[in-house]
Design a protein around this ligand. Structure first.
Ligand code: ATP
Ligand code: MG
Length: 180
């Protein structure tokens, strides 16, 4: 039996400095999967880190949720990104285009793509073209700080996570199962 597809997919942006952007997108994924939708997440600028969501996708959510990490484990230097960082981001973007064009998935999450654009690893015009050409039945979710105003204009939903308080300020670093 052919599964039900979304009738009118929207474009979401989760941005801002507060915690909750990537996890908001994973919450959406979980909700979508519950109704039989198929979700594909591409994590820009992330690599070789055992994020909990990666393990869950692999062990519990196959084939409903696919996550591809496209990058190095280290931070990218905004002022002077390594050649390999640009190559990774370009590869990630190409994968995004293919996955979206392929039409197999109902929700595509481009995690941290806003940062990749802000750092100049992905062209703003390229992203805008992707958004404008989005298939009607696809829900497209973009996360990451520093979302460009042009991107927010094209989006149907924009939420800015406001950093009021974070335990990071108490010296509590990234914790397994909570922050990674
Ligand atoms: P999460 O993945 O927990 O939803 P996020 O996607 O909103 O967080 P990013 O901007 O991707 O956050 O940052 C990645 C890491 O930085 C996360 O481990 C997160 O806990 C941490 N972080 C998020 N916001 C802050 C903040 N305001 N101060 C310090 N660290 C933060
Ligand atoms: Mg994030």
């Amino acid at each position: 039996m052919k599964r039900e597809r979304l009738e009118r997919g929207m474009i979401h942006v989760y941005t801002g400095n507060g915690k909750g952007k990537t996890t908001a997108s994973l919450g959406l994924a979980l909700r979508a999967i519950g109704h039989g939708y198929s979700v594909y997440m591409i994590q820009f600028m992330k690599g070789d880190i055992e994020y909990g969501e990666l393990v869950s996708a692999r062990n519990l959510l196959t084939p409903h949720l696919t996550i591809r990490q496209m990058g190095r484990p280290d931070f990218v230097n905004k002022e002077n990104p390594e050649k390999i960082d640009i190559e990774w981001a370009q590869k990630a973007f190409k994968l995004a285009q293919e996955v979206i064009r392929g039409g197999e998935h109902d929700m595509v999450i481009l995690d941290e793509v806003n940062v990749a654009v802000d750092f100049g690893l992905v062209g703003l015009e390229d992203l805008l073209r992707l958004l404008r050409g989005k298939p009607e039945n696809l829900e497209l979710v973009l996360t990451g700080r520093y979302a460009k105003s042009e991107v927010m204009q094209v989006a149907d939903l924009v939420t800015e996570m406001l950093d009021i308080k974070h335990y990071y300020a108490q010296g509590v670093e990234s914790r397994k199962g909570i922050d990674k």
